[in-house]
Design a protein around this ligand. Structure first.
Ligand SMILES: Nc1ncnc2c1ncn2[C@@H]1O[C@H](COP(=O)(O)OP(=O)(O)OP(=O)(O)O)[C@@H](O)[C@H]1O
Length: 604
């Protein structure tokens, strides 16, 4: 038993410190099948992450496991690899009436993500196993058709399993006779997303011999409840930095920055960062409500910066497609509204824009409650996360910035903080800076954006911001939704025949009615000060070194591990503002008055 292990009559708890995990062990040494190791190499995954180190051997042994490891730590492969291996080596002659493996996840996006991962592993390993992804929107006949065989792995939300049971698409006795492994992914969310009854509908049919795995980034009463409901004598794995006093953890390889910024200047600041190329692409920008995301999109468009928006009011197909396109590198800027942070669950546009103008029904559109922009979604190769607005909780912050710095890659987060957001920011800051053993867990002032760089764009930015009126925002939001609903219908038909086609529809279309004025596309050289030019050159140099200039689909990228342009700078400035700022007077455009107001924060 590992150091730190405790045992009571029901479970074995293992808390792993980094020293205990032998990071030199390869996937082979963990007992992984050569086909899977080769498949991983093709995906450029060479060595296991800490959670994979500890979970893979235990799962291969057949243990029930509860794994808690920080966001982006590779939990999906930690359970998929051993469970696929067990399927590879299972007796092929055994009779089964239902899938051997159920993977349940709280959102359809997550199910899709897991399904894509399973399919690609099976294809790379060239094993004739079948996986299906089901969702509750499917007709009973389609569910039935998908389950013919039956497939080996079924991935769905708990609601869909419950639907299959109640429609007799899946027979309780078949599940009882066939189910060998059950995975609850993002387990801490399953109950809060309202799946308790669906899970309870399945529980009585899970055979005693079934291996149950619970994966989550956080500990919670819900995880405990599920553990008691489904698991027998589980091994509880708690990876470094998870749990204990803190319920969430910050991925270590994310450099965190902040900029004080008056609320009215947020558009100006983000424009300066993006237009002057002071941040690495790809960039994921978070807002707290959908209107703000459209305002930002329209504003950036005027300066020739194209972006897509992602939110809970878009149709399911569009959302999946936006994610696929962004992950494939078809656009660099994605503005996401995080449902758990959103203030407007019922504020979606009043018109239901499906159909012709004549048939418009003025009813409220419901946001999809199964949609989670943040939790568990694996945005690929996001280098920078920008909080255009601060999330409303520390948990929200942790999950947002966890969209970069995934597994062994590094990333940066930048939060634009206005006076009204200072309280939340202080909370976040005291949380992340609260790790006495690790000073790197602090949020530094963003060093690359000088006051003069910001001011050089003020006139243009304010002028353009005025043109992005509430009406323009509302119209483009409705227009985007209309486009996406049409897209969605096309997508459904198209993907039936061309499931891999990513190029059919573009999601970063310009929504402004008038074309962006050419003079706003480029920032004239005379407007850019020397410090900004140097900062920009450094960001570009690092981008080139990381092979991050063209990450379009199929292009080969170098690992961005260790290539963080801000690492060196932040080491020197992690606690203090950049010297260049002082020379310019107030850093980041702050007035002395603002500085006074935030002395308290800076002292933390
Ligand atoms: N051993 C590894 N080496 C390098 N990359 C890896 C490794 N394992 C997984 N990854 C990649 O890391 C990314 C994050 O993995 P994954 O989505 O499983 O994290 P997670 O722990 O489930 O995060 P979250 O809690 O946010 O859902 C994925 O793109 C995955 O392909």
């Amino acid at each position: 038993m590992a150091a730190g292990a405790t045992k009571n009559s029901n479970e074995t708890t293992r808390e792993h410190t980094e020293q205990e995990i032998d990071e030199d062990r390869s996937f082979e040494e963990l007992g992984l099948d050569a086909r899977l190791v080769r498949a991983l190499l093709k995906k450029r995954i060479e060595k296991p992450t800490p959670i994979q180190h500890v979970a893979i051997p235990l799962i291969l042994e057949g243990k029930d496991v509860v794994a808690r490891a920080k966001t982006g730590s590779g939990k999906t492969l930690a359970y998929l690899l051993p469970l696929l291996q067990k399927l590879f080596t299972a007796n092929v002659d055994r009779k089964k009436l239902a899938p051997n493996v159920f993977v349940l996840a709280p959102s359809r996006e997550l199910c899709q993500q897991i399904y894509v991962e399973v399919k690609s592993l099976l294809e790379l390993c060239k094993v004739p196993l079948k996986a299906v992804q089901l969702n509750s929107n499917m007709l009973a006949t389609d569910l039935q058709a998908a389950l013919v065989g039956p497939p080996d792995v079924l991935i769905s939300t708990p609601a869909c399993i419950a639907k299959c049971l109640s429609n007799s698409v899946l027979q309780a006795a078949s599940i009882n006779g066939s189910l060998e492994t059950l995975v609850l992914d993002e387990a801490d969310l399953l109950l809060s997303y309202g799946y308790e009854n669906d899970i309870k509908a399945l529980t009585p049919h899970i055979p005693r011999s079934c291996q149950c795995l619970l994966m989550s980034a956080t500990s919670s009463d819900d995880v405990d409840k599920l553990k008691k409901l489904m698991l027998h004598n589980p091994v509880i794995l708690t990876l470094p930095e998870v749990g204990n006093r803190k319920d969430e953890v910050i991925p270590k390889n994310v450099q965190q920055f902040w900029i004080y910024c008056p609320a009215n200047d947020k558009l100006l600041y983000i424009l300066a960062m993006l237009k002057l190329e002071l941040v690495q692409k790809k960039v994921l920008i978070f807002t707290n409500n959908i209107d703000t995301s459209f305002r930002l999109k329209l504003f950036l468009e005027k300066f020739g910066i194209k972006s897509a928006v992602l939110n809970a009011e878009l149709p399911q197909n569009s959302r999946l497609h936006i994610l696929e396109e962004f992950n494939a590198g078809l656009f660099d800027y994605l503005i996401a509204t995080d449902i758990s942070q959103s203030t407007e669950k019922d504020e979606a546009p009043k018109e239901n824009i499906v159909g012709s103008k004549k048939s418009r029904k003025y009813t409220k559109l419901k946001l999809d409650s199964e949609f989670g922009v943040v939790r568990g979604i694996d945005f690929k190769n996001v280098y920078t996360v920008i909080n255009f607005e601060m999330p409303r909780s520390v948990t929200g912050y942790v999950h947002r910035i966890g969209r970069t710095g995934r597994a062994y890659s590094s990333g940066t987060s930048i939060s634009l903080v206005s006076t009204d957001e200072m309280d939340t920011f202080e909370e976040v800051r005291s949380f992340v800076g609260d790790n006495e053993n690790n000073g790197s867990n602090s949020i530094a002032e963003f060093p690359l954006l000088t006051k003069s760089a910001v001011e050089s764009l003020r006139y243009r930015a304010e002028d353009v911001a005025k043109s992005v009126t509430k009406i323009a925002v509302r119209e483009s939001r409705a227009q985007d939704l209309r486009n996406e609903i049409l897209n969605s219908a096309k997508l459904t038909a198209h993907f039936q025949t061309n499931p891999r086609d990513l190029d059919l529809l573009k999601h970063d279309k310009v929504l402004s009615k008038t074309a962006p004025p050419p003079h706003l596309r480029d920032v004239p050289d005379y407007l850019i000060d020397k410090t900004t030019k140097e900062a920009r050159a450094m960001v570009k140099l690092t981008r080139d070194a990381m092979g991050n200039n063209n990450h379009r689909r199929g292009s080969k990228r170098k690992s961005r591990k260790g290539g963080d342009p801000l690492m060196a700078i932040s080491a020197g400035v992690s606690k203090k503002p950049h010297k260049g700022f002082k020379k310019d007077g107030a850093s980041n455009g702050k007035s002395n008055g603002d500085r006074q107001k935030h002395k308290k924060t800076k002292a933390i």
